[in-house]
Write a protein that binds this ligand. Structure first.
Ligand code: SAM
Length: 437
């Protein structure tokens, strides 16, 4: 049996005991939900539960990160580290809260500001490099203009200490001068900048085609590459826990389904269980943290629209819902959802249904206490009809692609007068719980 609920309770206990009741989860790594960031009493706490998944993929322990930050403590824009602790299987790094990044997408608009920001990022990066540190992960979620207008840089878990020129080569060009090369160098980031990005992408595409053409082999000798088995499948099998294997199969199916990230073989959500990371585009735990704090599912019947792998239904069931039905338009993802609920040993019903189907399916989906429409209406053509259906319920859990004001106004128009903001999700979109009164 998966010890999933116990693992979450261990997290809650550690956080409550060390950071207090009011600690707020601000980030979860998509590479491992056992690496999290909390804010409590005006400080940031990076916490890692030491599991195989949380240690894989990372260059540094939190202690290494602490030492790096200590070396950079005089640089403006770098968070000051206060302390590092290791308690049994837990690591805890405490540091200063810096103003959050503005987080705009440089691909759209404002090329002049983007270039000015870019120049400022280069200057800050050079400061790090001069001090013998390469950040190694200059992704736009980690460095950029903050809400106060200056530049902040976060997340030194890929950083390394080396000679200044080596650090510069790694951060500017992404070449591997430390233990590993940098995935997000400044050169790589240039591809995001409007105008320059278009030209760079075109050059890369043409070069790839050219290389492919020059190195092509006669068709008779082409042997198709076998699809390698995902690492999490192997790890799950090694544990000899049938539920973990079922879960791994669910993730493998989900990765290939059309309902997941288009063009990439990866599922929608990432989650860690028993020290294994089941990979996905976005961390599930951040989303569930927001939902769980705002909604009590005990005794309720949930209808999950566009359920994908049905993680919401599974969690609602684990935390007391009496019945859950997940509907989705994608047959494969529903097969994955059925396997996932089997792995968690909870009963969730699933139904293949297109919310744009012409027949009156509304009449067949009656009697639910709460309906969820998380990131799904965006894909539905007839939004008026979908809202009319949602309006038939007493409670709704909602996340849209429209602005927060528009979302609130849509909820009010559907007759939900009591609206609660549950917090921003990993894609910086607000989630709402709303009830009729
Ligand atoms: C972006 S995912 C959201 C998953 C989940 N609701 C969440 O946010 O946690 C959207 C899901 O909606 C499903 N979907 C898209 N259009 C749909 C439609 N017309 N009817 C039913 N499901 C649909 C997709 O297959 C996909 O699984």
């Amino acid at each position: 049996m998966l010890r999933y609920v116990q693992e979450q309770e261990a997290w809650d206990q550690f956080i409550r005991g060390n950071l207090g009741e009011s600690a707020k989860l601000v980030n979860v790594s998509k590479f491992s939900s056992d690496s999290r960031v909390y804010e409590s009493s005006g400080t940031i706490h990076k916490i890692r539960r030491l599991t195989p998944a949380s240690m894989r993929n990372r260059n540094n322990s939190l202690e290494d990160e602490y030492l790096v930050l200590k070396r950079l403590s005089s640089i403006r824009g770098v968070p000051r580290a206060h302390s590092y602790k290791r308690i049994d299987q837990w690591e805890q790094l405490e540091m200063e809260v810096l103003p959050a990044l503005q987080g705009y997408d440089p691909t759209f608009g404002r090329p002049k500001e983007t270039l000015i920001d870019f120049w400022n990022v280069i200057q800050l990066t050079w400061e790090l490099n001069r001090n013998g540190c390469s950040h190694g992960d200059l992704h736009r979620d980690n460095v950029g203009r903050n809400i106060q207008g200056s530049i902040s840089i976060f997340d030194f878990d890929q950083a390394c200490l080396d000679r200044p020129w080596r650090c510069m080569i790694r951060d500017m060009l992404g070449l591997g001068t430390c233990e590993r090369r940098s995935e997000f160098s400044l050169f790589n980031r240039l591809r995001d900048v409007r105008g320059i990005g278009l030209v760079l992408r075109a050059v890369v595409r043409v070069s790839k085609h050219l290389l492919g053409f020059l190195s092509r082999t006669p068709s008779s000798s082409v042997v198709p590459n076998p699809v390698p088995e995902p690492a999490f499948m192997e790890r799950a099998r090694l544990r000899a826990d049938p539920n973990l294997e079922v879960l791994a199969n669910a993730w493998r199916l989900a990765a290939r389904a059309h309902a997941s990230a288009p063009g990439v073989d990866i599922g929608y959500y990432s989650i860690d269980i028993a020290g294994i990371n089941f990979p996905g585009e976005r961390p599930w735990m951040l989303r569930w943290d927001r939902i769980q704090k705002g909604i009590d599912f005990k005794g309720k019947q949930l209808l999950e629209l566009g359920c994908n792998m049905g993680l919401l239904s599974i969690h609602a069931k684990l935390y007391g819902a009496t019945a859950c039905l997940g509907i989705d338009v994608d047959k494969e993802i529903l097969e994955a959802a059925a396997l996932a609920s089997r792995a968690f040993e909870v009963e969730v019903a699933h139904r293949l249904l297109d919310l744009d189907a012409p027949f009156p399916w509304e009449g067949e989906l009656k009697g639910f206490d709460i309906v969820s429409a998380l990131s799904v209406l965006h894909w539905v053509k007839d939004k008026k009809r979908a809202w009319a259906f949602i309006a038939q319920h007493n409670e709704v859990l909602y996340e849209g692609h429209e602005s927060e004001q528009e979302a609130e106004s849509n909820l009010r128009q559907a007759g939900f007068m009591h609206i609660v903001r549950l917090g921003a999700t990993e894609r910086n979109r607000q989630m709402f719980y709303a009830a009729r009164s």
